[in-house]
Write a new protein. Structure first.
Length: 278
């Protein structure tokens, strides 16, 4: 809000989300950034789809050891998150390029990306623990899968509608003020700190969506593609926050249906007896 000369209160426009007019990059640089995104995201999706085809959709960790799971998880996150965070990342990397060159620029860029992926790796370790717990639970008590699905959808819906989601979503949609704040970070490890900081907001924005991979299956390509689309639209569409609320309400509806509709729980279904057997 601002006051005009005649003291009339006039609402100011909400800043446009990253990359949708008033964005962070000139059009030519933005086009180059999206081309780079495609070059990285397509192989990441190809690798993810190939792994999912070999492993299938099963409950729990599917017998994968933690190091391999984290490698697959980081690949999945690169495929799912890169399109929505690329404009901010490219903007920061361009700033690095103006201040340094050669190996220094490469090292600083790797440091920034490493910080971002470090946060998602830590979140992946938590996801692995949750999958291991739920996998053991449904193995011992097959009917528990329905209530795990109910709980996962419920938590995801409540998170989508909660305040933390929108604090993080505002950062991801309008990060310019944060980029200016990052410019004040001092060496050493400034770029690492920037990557960790932005990655933490990204995790906070998407955590609720990631929870539904427990009932839907962590290697469910259709679910991953749908969630990636939701993340992309939430961050870049002018009505992204409205979509986030709609998705949250949809998750609450799925929570109600989950105990009675096995098809909603492909990531837990193999361990559950048929409904008519109960």
């Amino acid at each position: 809000m601002r006051f005009t000369r005649n003291s009339v209160l006039v609402p100011t426009r909400t800043p446009a989300p990253t990359g949708t007019g008033g964005g962070l990059l000139p059009k030519r640089d933005l086009a180059a950034a999206w081309f780079l995104v495609v070059l990285i995201a397509v192989p990441a999706w190809a690798l993810t789809i190939g792994q999912a085809r070999d492993m299938g959709v099963e409950p729990g960790t599917m017998g994968i050891a933690l190091p391999l799971f984290l490698l697959l998880w980081v690949t999945m996150m690169a495929a799912m998150m890169l399109p929505s965070m690329a404009p901010v990342a490219i903007t920061w990397v361009r700033g690095i390029g103006r201040q340094s060159s050669g190996w220094t620029r490469a090292a600083r860029t790797a440091e920034f990306l490493g910080g971002y992926l470090m946060v998602w790796t830590a979140f992946g370790a938590l996801a692995y623990a949750a999958l291991a717990f739920t996998g053991d639970l449904v193995a011992d008590h097959p009917t528990a899968g329905r209530w795990i699905g109910f709980t996962a959808f419920l938590l995801a819906g409540l998170y989508q509608l909660g305040p933390l989601k929108y604090v993080c979503l505002r950062h991801c949609r309008d990060p310019m003020s944060h980029l200016m704040h990052y410019a004040g970070f001092r060496a050493p490890a400034r770029d690492l700190r920037v990557g960790v900081h932005h990655g933490a907001y990204c995790v906070g924005c998407c955590a609720g969506l990631m929870v539904v991979l427990i009932p839907l299956g962590v290697m469910n390509v259709a679910a991953m593609a749908g969630l990636a689309l939701v993340i992309f639209v939430e961050k870049l569409w002018s009505r992204g926050p409205l979509l986030a609320r709609i998705v949250g309400l949809a998750f609450l509806v799925l929570a109600v249906l989950a105990p009675f509709q096995e098809w909603l729980l492909p990531g837990l279904r193999d361990s559950m007896p048929p409904m008519d057997g109960m």
